[in-house]
Ligand binder design. Sequence first.
Ligand code: B12
Ligand code: SF4
Length: 467
Amino acid sequence: MMKILLVNPEFNIGMSRVIKSPPLGVMNIAATVPEHDVKILDLNAQPLSQAQLDREISKFDVLGISLMSTTYGSTLEWLKSAKKNGVTTIVGGFHPTMDPNDVISNSEIDIIVRGEGEATFPELITELENRGTNQLQDVKGITYKDNGRVIHTEKRPIIENMDSLPFAARDLVNYDQYHYLGIPADVIETSRGCPYDCTFCSVQNFWERKWRCKSPLRMVKEVAQVRKNKSRKIIFFVDDNFIMDPKRVKKFCRLLREYGQDRIFLCCQASVGMIIRNPDMLKEMRKAGFVLLFVGFESFKQESLEIMKKHHNINQARKAVKLCHDNGLCVWGSFIVGNIGETRKDTLKTFKIAKEIGTDIFMCNPLTPFPGTVLNEQAIENGWMPEGFTWRDWDLEPVMDTDELSRDEIADLVRIGHKSFYLSKYFFAGRKNLNLLRPKFWWWWKIGPMFISNGLKHFILPYLRRY
Ligand code: B12
Ligand code: SF4
């Protein structure tokens, strides 16, 4: 039996300050090796000092870490001393999968699991247990070093039947630490893959273009697993294309109502195109407990939408928000600042339209050329990234100047976007509040008081205690 420690690294910047999400990646991986002794350490929810970390890691044979571009650099820092214990280090997740050559070049990292981990990880652990670190050539989907030589083994085929995946190891994390904007929350993944080709996104490259999903029955079983812990109030479906198959969504909603859940608030990501084509699905979703759709509008400059290959326009976005509101659903709009060819004036106009069309929650981020995206290829080809740029030092700040905007101007516009939304008359007395008075938004009067009391507990009291 191997002793395996799975770590979700700390990242306490941006929205990660107000959203503490269960680390689904490592929870899924933990579930694939039930015969071993596995522990999950979520440093994002419960940070440890370097000495505590070193002590903890020294008790294990294998250290598995989930890495995003945000956590790459800081993880290398704490790994330096942890690695002295001789533990085998395996990393997985978006960043190492999309930039394996750079990640494996670090002496602190022994093996990368590329892409989906559920089939690769248990096989790798069996090989490590039986043959050690130098006989790994038959394990598909990994990158490792053999006497200093980097080996990328054959790509592992994707798991076609998502119902065959084990249920996430929810018993290995402490749920008291997880919340979305203060409210106790959990996450469920019900599909993978994306057939679209937005230039800034690495999802289609990582999970592949073929969209695959869990069945409605399996989805309800996962909700039931989450509902065993009655304190959970929000479930966020992390899928990039949750509503890709409206028939599946409607069947899930009907089954969920039969199962009888009524005190949980559901949220998911959704695209403008699917929303406007399926108003009847929105109705079913509301009845089943959905309250919020997260929509990537990205920009309201048509040329920008075309450059980034986003397949909607302003009128469709307007219609999508209206349909959501007519069905009692709120919209969390996400935007990108610093798009190629976009001026300050264009960006301010986008912010204005975001309010005009009735966005309920607003978020914007700088355009970032993440590894594995078409944008990253364009940025390298055109020399858009500053000389000497490395993801090891990146902590969410803008990466590229554009012909129209400098990085400082982009960062400034991101601040302006949030300020002009949340500190405006619109937010406190505009359409948002009018919506809340509509009968279809009765749910808000249940969740609203929770926001206030939990907000006090998670944000205001800790802040006051510090002073
Ligand atoms: C939900 C989500 C969030 C949540 C929770 C994040 C979390 N860590 O749990 C919130 C809202 C907080 C969030 C925040 C951010 N996110 Co986010 N998020 C997602 C989303 C939509 C789903 C993540 C998920 O749970 N997937 C399901 C699980 C099962 O997949 P997984 O974690 O990748 O794990 C699998 C494999 O990667 C692998 N694996 C992962 N870890 C390990 C470890 C080992 C040892 C092994 C063997 C294998 C392995 O095996 C797992 C099972 O197959 C993804 C897109 C996506 N579809 O994945 C974006 C995504 C991960 N986020 C992204 C970004 C950019 C961010 C932010 C920077 C946004 C921002 N500007 O603030 C922040 C950063 C947060 C942070 N902690 O660093 C990017 C990451 C790109 C990159 N190169 O790093 C993604 C890919 C979106 C995108 N389109 O580009 N995010
Ligand atoms: S942004 Fe969404 S729709 Fe576009 S490629 Fe990524 S996952 Fe697909």
